[in-house]
Ligand binder design. Structure first.
Ligand code: LLP
Length: 405
């Protein structure tokens, strides 16, 4: 995104031109930003034998997946649907890891039949896996009992979370491993999202390494994702360089001291795509109520649920007149829900019907969490590469509302 002539531009087109051409609302992704973020992580973890598995739940547009395939990433998938998309995008099956929650036998079979490794989340499933797929390799998701993440909904590695095999099940796990006919090759954790502190991730790593020491068949350690980006200029972010340095150091020391050759896997989602994405929306109404100005748009919580669900802050800039006389406003969506607020008490250039606004950090968990609530259609997505825009998903039509009948 750049600002020229007081307007927001993507490549050689203004936001206004883009919405004229592709319609509004519109998801816009910048190829260069995705590559920049990928390169940063590669650089940060370059001292360890690291594989970057893109957590495609963040944004599973197949064209975005293809970019990561070209960059040499693997895929963290959490459902057979994500496995399907990753395979269609061209990923080698062994570069995909299915880490599902409450997977059905059918889900697991889909992965196994397609040679995609499965990461098991509980002991019952591990036992079943052993009897269904005798002798096969498997990895397990551990719950290291660590609290991390920016919101209670974003914490996944503590004892009350539904994820992973708990520490107090370790003796049962070891007993089961001796009985079950499966080869344990990997240990995995994902403790939360928007984590800024490095210590919790390191504690989880230590826990996994202590277990790996006892299990000779372990080939990889997967520390998950959760690295935070800035949502506004002074916001906090994960220092990925320091994270990479510290994780690599600990990991390498373990491998050296124990004469093991392990692979390190990281599973970033948000870090790779959040800043690359924008949601363009058009102002439909401006209400000057008693003590509030309410700017109504043509998108909403159906397209970007993060503000409603996590009270997440997404910066919103005026794309038609970047600077000008400002006023304090609430920016709301067009969904019949009072939670449908995209930004509260924002200082924004005075808006009028037809103006285009640009919501930032919409590249992760935007479209992928979007719904068709209120029978509103899903917006198109475009990719900006080499200065030009290309459609990577069409806008839905009313016919799509009938396509599953
Ligand atoms: N690995 C696993 C197993 C995960 O479950 C997740 C995210 C990730 C990696 C990637 O996390 P990230 O690097 O993107 O933080 N919808 C929320 C985030 C929930 C993520 C759930 N799992 C949000 O919009 O902030």
């Amino acid at each position: 995104m750049t600002v020229r002539d007081n307007k927001v531009f993507f490549g050689d087109m203004s936001a206004n031109k883009l919405t004229e051409q592709f319609g509004s609302p519109l998801y816009v992704y910048e190829y260069d930003t995705i590559v920049r973020q990928y390169n940063r992580l590669q650089e940060a973890f370059k001292n360890a034998d690291t594989l970057i598995y893109y957590a495609c739940k963040a944004n599973a547009n197949i064209e975005i997946l293809k970019i990561f395939n070209e960059l040499g990433a693997g895929i963290d998938a959490v459902s057979p649907g994500e496995v399907f998309l990753a395979l269609r995008a061209g990923f080698e099956p062994e570069r995909i890891l299915l880490t599902g929650t409450n997977l059905t036998e059918e889900d697991i079979r889909y992965a196994v039949d397609n040679n995609v490794p499965v990461n098991i989340d509980n002991l019952t499933m591990l036992k079943e896996y052993g009897s269904l797929f005798a002798g096969k390799e498997v990895s397990i998701r551990l719950n290291p009992d660590i609290r991390a993440g920016a919101h209670m909904y974003l914490e996944t590695g503590h004892r009350d979370a539904k994820f992973g095999i708990l520490k107090n099940d370790l003796s049962r796990l070891i007993a089961l491993l001796n009985k079950v006919d499966a080869k344990l090759v990997g240990l995995h954790q994902h403790i939360g999202s928007d984590i800024t502190e490095i210590e919790p991730i390191l504690s989880g790593l230590d826990f996994m390494l202590s277990l790996a020491k006892e299990i000779a068949t372990i080939r990889f350690i997967d520390i998950g994702g959760g690295y935070k980006v800035k949502y506004y200029a002074d916001d906090s972010e994960t220092d990925v360089m320091e994270l990479g340095r510290k994780v690599s150091e600990r990991f390498n020391t373990f491998c050296h001291d124990n004469n093991r050759q392990l692979k390190l896997i990281i599973e970033p989602g948000k870090y790779l795509v959040s800043e690359a994405g924008y949601l363009l929306t058009t102002v439909q109404s401006v209400k000057r109520n008693y003590n509030k100005i309410i700017v109504g748009t043509d998108t909403g919580m159906n397209h970007l649920i993060r503000p409603a669900l996590y009270h997440a802050y997404h910066e919103i800039v005026h794309a038609s007149r970047f600077e000008g006389e400002t006023e304090k406003v609430n920016i709301v969506g067009n969904i019949c829900e009072s939670a449908d607020v995209l930004g509260k008490n924002r200082v924004l250039t005075r808006s009028k019907r037809g103006d285009v606004l640009c919501i930032k950090n919409a590249g992760s968990y935007g479209y992928s969490m979007a719904s068709m609530y209120n029978a509103r259609l899903l917006p198109p997505e475009i990719l900006i590469k080499d200065g030009t825009a290309r459609s990577i998903r069409r806008r839905q039509t009313f016919e799509d509302l009938l396509s599953t009948y």
